[in-house]
Design a protein. Structure first.
Length: 211
């Protein structure tokens, strides 16, 4: 069975901003701004393989044929709530993208993710989807969200996060070998509470100033 590819994005600007995001002294305002900026930078890498076609335009000097994106339709799907922190940063580069949302909670008895909200573009199957969440920890929520999206006939999916744990990468590759992973960091491991080490703490709490 094929295994999805992991794209480790090591651009210096991304790594620098990610260090500031990790810092416990970075407050919610700066944290949100940095997550937004990193999401924009990651979007460059995620869209690197978009096909191009020639389009005729007229410059102030003459007519000519130049590259434009070849009609590719993009969809962005944040996993609620923390994924919303990355959404606007990607939309800055791809403003025509449609946006879906997936909301999950963990059942206290079974510990399995349960969908409480899923709203997708009506032409989902025609779009290349970018699923976003700051953290790929155990991989449970990401895998479940992708399952819910696939149930709605999605055919092309990429997963983008700020930080991943090896355990989450392994699970996502096992359960969704057709979904490539894009991240600037794969950290050491998970602790006993499922937090990524060294990580950045709880992304949702840090984005919105909650506990």
């Amino acid at each position: 069975m094929p295994v999805s590819e992991v794209h480790l994005i090591e651009h210096p600007l991304i790594q620098h901003k990610l260090t500031l995001i990790r810092d416990k002294d970075t407050g919610p305002k700066e944290f949100r701004e940095l997550v937004d900026e990193v999401a924009t930078l990651l979007a460059y890498e995620v869209t690197r393989d978009l096909p191009l076609e020639k389009t005729e335009i007229e410059t102030p000097i003459m007519k000519g044929e130049f590259d434009t994106i070849a009609g590719k339709k993009i969809g962005i799907v944040p996993i609620l709530r923390a994924g919303l922190g990355m959404l606007d940063g990607i939309l800055k580069l791809i403003p025509a993208a449609k946006v879906g949302h997936v909301g999950l909670y963990r059942d206290p008895d079974t510990l399995e993710p349960v969908e409480y909200y899923c709203k997708m573009p009506t032409d989902l199957w025609e779009r290349d989807l970018i699923v976003i969440d700051p953290m790929l920890a155990t991989g449970g929520s990401a895998s479940a969200a992708i399952n819910f999206i696939k149930e709605r006939k999605a055919k092309s999916i990429k997963f983008v996060c700020l930080i991943a744990a090896p355990e989450g990468v392994e699970r996502l590759q096992k359960e969704h070998p057709d979904v490539d992973i894009y991240t600037p960091a794969i950290d050491e491991k998970l602790n006993d509470h499922g937090y990524i080490i060294p990580g950045l703490g709880d992304a949702g709490d840090r984005l919105y100033g909650t506990k």
